[in-house]
Design a protein around this ligand. Structure first.
Ligand SMILES: [Zn+2]
Length: 435
């Protein structure tokens, strides 16, 4: 194997000379962290107050990071404007994200042109893991707005000499498959559920590779895509907070190689916030390195995953984020049983014919009620019954059904979901305040 393309990017951007190894990488990351802390304290009143007792120069080893307090999504929503470290005129893009917090205040993430150029650099080199000059890439992502994810991806690849075009929202799967075959696209980037629907209509072997962009892609969904159309799937990890790009799988498919030039990752206990050992599953905490407009220092992403720093089978040195479980928050069912959207994803996407779904929890007849709206491929008329059986195999659901605190609600087939709701799957909890 030829190693991860993220390694070269990381070496170059951190200015590491000689072969990349973990010692050199750690030294360069800690130097970049010190510079980031100085920049944050100089430019932002919020960081100046919060880090008053922290000397940037004292940050030498990864364990020293614990001197910096953790920050959350709620901090960004409440104090984001005071985190901005550059004059407003240097802000090239602001991304507004709705939060589910009690105040409902949105998060506004700020980026300079330099920050966005860093994303372009990662998008190009990350994509070289699965596409080359001979490929034609189709991005099934929103791209009409300047500096949106799709727009940055198209510009990054085009700038690197790889043909790339955008299409949003994705057309009907049959039409889309015809278009892809006619235009000879060999690599497709998109959301897992859109790529799943596409894979069932594509001629086998027409597309060589696909990149799944999302916080979590169930293994069953990847298997179905690969078996249906004969392509190799790659995962991307990233969020607006990581500067859109975060990490990408190599051909070994054992975790996403992280963009360690621009991001420093830690895994902490989701409850206590204590740093966990290598390989332990916990909450992903990210620190931006070199980010100008709005640095984030020890930001809790809410994602659950493991961090592997040992050498990858591909020969790559950059750390890998493995088994990303998306937003970790569980719904608590009557009787105290827990249910996560990941558990539903793992069971439901195993059902042949299921293309996408939306789960809703509400109150009905004295118990919780779990209903599913779903999209199905042509000819899968039995899916309603299969869905009920699959739900009964989810441990939390089975236990609550047994106790009588949960009932299965309607299983309803729909023709389409709006493209926006499918960006991040979640359980829509409409039970009001829950314990
Ligand atoms: Zn690798």
């Amino acid at each position: 194997m030829r190693g991860s393309t993220v390694d070269g990017l990381t070496s170059r951007r951190l200015g590491i000379s000689g072969p990349l190894d973990r010692v050199r990488l750690q030294e360069a990351q800690m130097a970049a962290l010190r510079a980031t802390v100085l920049h944050a304290k100089a430019g932002s009143p919020w960081y100046r107050e919060r880090l008053a007792g922290v000397e940037a120069e004292s940050l030498r080893l990864p364990a020293d990071l614990a001197r910096l307090p953790l920050m959350s999504s709620a901090d960004v929503a409440a104090q984001g404007q005071r985190m901005v470290c550059v004059p407003q005129g240097e802000v090239a893009r602001i991304v507004t994200l709705q939060t589910s917090g009690s105040t409902g205040a949105p998060k506004r993430l700020h980026f300079t042109r330099d920050d966005l150029d860093g994303t372009l650099d990662f998008f190009l080199h990350g994509m070289l893991s699965l596409a080359g000059q001979e490929d034609r890439v189709l991005a099934l992502l929103p791209f009409s707005q300047p500096d949106s994810t799709g727009d940055l991806l198209i510009r990054a690849l085009t700038g690197g000499g790889v043909h790339c075009a955008g299409l949003w929202p994705p057309a009907d799967a049959v039409e889309l498959a015809q278009f892809i075959a006619a235009e000879r696209y060999s690599c497709v980037v998109g959301l897992p559920q859109h790529l799943l629907a596409l894979s069932e209509t594509l001629p086998f072997g027409a597309v060589r590779t696909m990149l799944l962009c999302s916080d979590y892609a169930p293994p069953a969904l990847r298997r179905r895509i690969e078996e249906s159309c004969g392509c190799e799937t790659f995962l991307h990890y990233g969020a607006t907070e990581t500067g859109l790009g975060g990490g990408v799988e190599c051909e070994a498919h054992d975790g996403c190689h992280l963009r360690e030039s621009d991001l420093l990752f830690e895994i902490v206990d989701p409850v206590t916030g204590a740093l966990l050992g290598e390989g332990e599953e916990g909450e992903v905490v990210v620190t931006t390195l070199g980010r100008r407009a709005m640095p984030l220092l020890r930001y809790r992403t809410g994602d659950l995953a493991r961090l592997e720093k040992g050498p990858c089978v591909c020969g790559g040195v950059t750390a890998r984020l493995c088994d990303v479980a998306g937003r970790g928050k569980a719904c608590v069912l009557g009787g105290g049983f827990r249910l996560t959207s990941r558990e539903l994803d793992d069971r439901l996407f195993d059902l042949e014919g299921l293309l996408d779904y939306r789960a809703t929890l509400d109150c009905g007849g004295g118990s919780d009620r779990l209903g599913i709206e779903f999209l199905a491929g042509a000819g899968h008329d039995h899916l309603e019954r299969d869905l009920g059986a699959a739900l009964r195999r989810v441990p939390g659901v089975a236990a609550a059904l047994e106790l009588g605190t949960l009932a299965l609600g309607p299983m309803r087939r729909v023709d389409a979901f709006s493209p926006s709701h499918t960006v991040k799957r979640t359980i829509f909890d409409q039970r009001g305040s829950t314990s």
